[in-house]
Design a protein around this ligand. Sequence first.
Ligand code: C5P
Length: 237
Amino acid sequence: MKGEALYGGKAKTVYATSDPKRYIVKFRDDITAFDAVKKANLKGKGYYNAQISAKLFKVLADNGISTHFIKMVSEDEMLVHACDMIKIEVIPRNIAAGSITKKYPFKEGEKFENPIIVMDYKNDAAHDPMLNDDIAITLGLVTEKELRKIRKIALRVNEVLQEYFDERGLVLPDFKLEFGKIDKKIVVADEISCDTMRLWKKGTGQSLDKDVFRFDKGDLLAAYEEAARLIVPEIFK
Ligand code: C5P
């Protein structure tokens, strides 16, 4: 079933399958931060991210949001629809944290009255610079209509995830989405995992996400396991 490796990212590898319209995404145990300056390999991380991502894609589908996810084919591999990836990282932000507090005078932990959507150009060599609509359109990354659609989907995903996490004692300060196109239809692609979200425990504000690795806040695997127990409890039965 799994064919040649087509693309290797920092934490996932995409494989061909016998069907050119379907790929397999493997979640690896590699973890990187700060433009891949900090790196590690933590056994079991790929499993938790794959399971959390699969669950959240299912939650989105249940709420009428299209994603590339089809099904899990092993503990850390998902079968997905092949998409033309849009080279934009879309980051909905509900609470100020991370880079936005370094670039602008927002205080860490400050809640935004309305979510802020930040879009970055997905380009490692250029260190993912922030986009505005004119730059994204002029670079040919998206059309104006696609940009409107992406913003609308991102806000809806943010609502659905915030509600899902709230019910489970978690807060979602921010997360990154990537989108792909299947023919002309825009779908949520890539992953939604502890590597790509900030996830805080309600009350204590304890990080259950990649900040544990970025800032040496403790045992990353324990944090991801705790997130998985809340988000996808069925895998522990
Ligand atoms: O680094 P920054 O604070 O801008 O990150 C905002 C959110 O987007 C965080 O949840 C982070 O994990 C995620 N992100 C990501 N991939 C990137 C940049 C940010 O998943 N390349």
